[in-house]
Design a protein around this ligand. Sequence first.
Ligand SMILES: C[S@@+](CC[C@H](N)C(=O)[O-])C[C@H]1O[C@@H](n2cnc3c(N)ncnc32)[C@H](O)[C@@H]1O
Length: 257
Amino acid sequence: MIAATVDRSALETKVKQMYHDVAVNPHGDFHFEMGRAMAERLGYASEDLDRIPVEAIESFAGVGHFFHLANLRPGERVVDLGSGSGMDTFVASLKVGASGRIVGVDMTDAQLEKAERLARSGRFDNVAYRKAYIEDTGLDAGVCDCVISNGVINLAPDKDRVFREAARLLVSGGRLAIADIVADVALPENVVCNPDLWAACIGGAAQHDDYRAAIERAGLRVEVVEDNRHYQFISERAKRATARFGVKSVSILARKP
Ligand SMILES: C[S@@+](CC[C@H](N)C(=O)[O-])C[C@H]1O[C@@H](n2cnc3c(N)ncnc32)[C@H](O)[C@@H]1O
């Protein structure tokens, strides 16, 4: 599942660069679409989007919708792995209410700074952020009822580690509700080792059965897998790779027994 020749440190640098730009210059040139029109197409409710900061929506770089699978209830505790500029933390905040709690985890300073600023100015008092890797969040075991993540785990070279960490964070009976990029076939080395395609959420896409198996190896039971047919890459290079290898977005619900 991990390409032997992948240069992890170069990938991390590239991913941080790209998502720094997503935070500070969301109207720049990217391989992927961002913003409200895409969020609505993916399934986000306009009533929810109307109640969260516009700047978070502009920098929304997720790949699907999973809140219908997460089914968050008032008072629940949520961890968002790779929270970016915070859009899903704010949507989760609306769903769990004042008695609930959300922690967003991300490694990119500009994303964390933007999400923190927007949470403060929007009075999202039940949301906090933490600078950490999603593979090792430093949070306590059993800290949440639901782990969410949108367009992030494909960026991790070791997906088993991420799913083990998600399983560790969940209480028994807790849910993992995510959207991510997977592929029909194992991607060739020249795609995997291209830092630009990796940071664009293509190069790190696992073959979909391998991805599901990694979730289950972590001790979580996959209950639902849905295709997000409305997600599309926009650059020509990304579209070519997508068509050739069946790269696509899926939403997944899994449960810790
Ligand atoms: C495609 S963006 C998605 C952000 C957010 N979920 C959204 O929907 O807008 C990926 C985010 O994951 C973060 N990220 C990628 N790999 C990470 C890792 N190993 N640990 C922590 N954060 C990571 C990046 O900094 C970036 O903010």
